[in-house]
Write a protein that binds this ligand. Structure first.
Ligand code: ATP
Ligand code: MG
Length: 449
């Protein structure tokens, strides 16, 4: 009887929420060397001063998956002030929940104090809205509470580099082994608390090759409209993470499958229903994924410009239909599309102006006579606009010959370039036709004018 009781205690059935399962090195095999030098320094220093210190969150998950983590987070029972005092190159950041950034060389490690969850909130005195919010977020807790307020079991693992143990309160090690993404607590309640968790579920599952556990997946479709209440800037950040995950194609496909794209890119449905639009968006995502996986830089503006291009095209066409000349119509269309997006997804201004530039340069690629191609070549944004043109060609929207012409023109010497111009120019006849309203070509004439 006693043996049975003890067996249940140790298997975690009785003190489930309190006792972490301590997974030793010989079971998980994550060597200390997998942890960054800065994170090691931080945990060692904290532990030397008798504080608890663990690497936590996405980094532990990713090393267990055999991936190189993007960054390392550390949790401790030291307060932000105590942490700050131990590291010369550190600063306290955040207003609602204060954490410390510790810098070593080029690396920054985020150190946070164990955070309390609902238990503390519920037991705590009721406070006025504004105050309540600050306090609530700023309540320190213990390790178990810190684990429980995290989103998925695989994101709630604590790794102690000194002992090389993983402390696991929610069965995250086993879930990782089974490649299962499981929400801690009641999934519906957790999504309601923070709807962004639905997007995180999709992104993590798609980018790490995990299956969303059926209980965690089930409420998503019905709750998808809650994304409308999330501040646009937060949605934008999450969307950017998703698009730059190296698995954007899988993520977007999965977003659609779970019915989540309405809140993010409400226009995605429309775009993806047009064969050319779908091909274009998918190609853009595929190219981005390939670049990210090859460690090449990618530009968020380019990506957002691609996602919204077919919206711009549709708006452009409709405005031109009201007898607005091609170029003003294009500018109006760009503004209209950006405006519609601003309400859902706050695309920061700096991206917005780059996106518009990429779009506005498109008509100029159809102008291949006189000085114009030379001037376009000199444009600061030529490269991005040209890459964009190639996507348009590949998707079948623009004649492939146009893209090929520009590829050749860039590489050609002076003589060949001049020859290319001559071949392309049929000024009088074509211009007259353009003025009669062929959108793209008309646009290019006026764009230059
Ligand atoms: P990545 O860095 O690849 O985006 P991550 O899991 O590290 O993945 P972060 O945003 O860096 O994501 O968050 C760090 C940790 O904070 C997570 O692992 C998780 O434990 C916790 N966390 C992040 N967002 C939430 C959330 N919305 N709700 C609960 N816990 C969260
Ligand atoms: Mg992270």
């Amino acid at each position: 009887m006693i043996k049975k009781f003890l067996g249940r205690v140790f298997s975690g059935q009785i003190f489930k929420a309190r006792q972490p399962q301590i997974v030793p090195f010989n079971v998980h095999g994550v060597a200390r060397e997998r942890i960054s030098a800065c994170a090691l320094k931080v945990t060692q220093t904290l532990q030397r001063h008798d504080f608890a210190a663990f690497v936590v969150g996405g980094a532990v998950r990713d090393v267990l998956l055999g991936r190189e983590p993007k960054d390392f987070d550390v949790v401790t029972d030291a307060t932000p002030e105590e942490v700050r005092a131990l590291f010369r190159r550190s600063r306290i950041i955040g207003r609602r929940f204060r954490l410390v950034h510790v810098m070593c060389g080029p690396e920054t490690v985020e150190v946070s104090t164990y955070r309390g969850g609902h238990a503390i909130e519920d037991a705590g005195a009721r406070v006025s809205d504004e105050h309540g919010r600050i306090l609530r977020d700023n309540v320190f807790g213990n390790q178990e509470q810190d684990a429980t307020r995290r989103d998925f079991t695989i994101n709630a693992l604590f790794y102690d580099p000194a002992s090389r143990e993983i402390w696991d309160y929610h069965g995250g090690v086993e879930d990782l082994r089974r490649r299962r993404l499981r929400m801690i607590g009641d999934p519906e309640q957790r999504y309601r608390e923070d709807p962004v968790r639905m997007l995180r579920a999709v992104r993590l599952a798609a980018s790490r090759g995990l299956e969303i556990d059926s209980r965690s997946r089930k409420p998503i479709r019905a709750l998808s409209n809650l994304l409308a209440n999330v501040p646009p800037s937060r949605l934008f950040d999450e969307m950017l993470k998703l698009l730059l995950s190296g698995h954007a194609l899988e993520c977007v496909t999965k977003l659609r499958k779970e019915g989540l794209h309405h809140g993010l890119l409400p226009l995605l449905d429309v775009i993806l229903e047009q064969p050319l639009g779908e091909r274009f968006v998918m190609l853009a995502l595929k190219t981005t994924d390939e670049r990210i996986r090859a460690d090449k830089p990618v530009s968020p503006s380019f990506l957002f410009a691609a996602l919204l291009w077919h919206e711009v095209l549709a708006a452009w066409k409709s405005i031109e239909g009201k007898n607005v000349p091609a170029i003003p119509a294009l500018y109006q269309a760009m503004d209209q599309v950006m405006q519609a997006q601003a309400e859902q997804l706050a695309i920061p201004r700096r991206f917005g102006s780059d996106m518009k530039e990429i779009w506005a340069l498109q008509p100029r690629f159809l102008q291949r006579s006189g000085h114009r191609p030379y001037r376009l070549l000199q444009h600061l944004r030529f490269r991005a606009a040209y890459d964009f043109l190639l996507l348009r060609c590949e998707s079948g929207e623009v004649d492939a010959a146009v893209g090929e012409w520009w590829t050749r023109f860039q590489r050609a010497g002076e003589a060949e370039r001049a020859q290319m111009l001559v071949h392309d120019a049929e000024p009088k006849k074509r211009r007259r036709r353009r003025r009669r309203g062929r959108r793209d070509e008309g646009a290019s004439v006026k764009a230059e004018g």
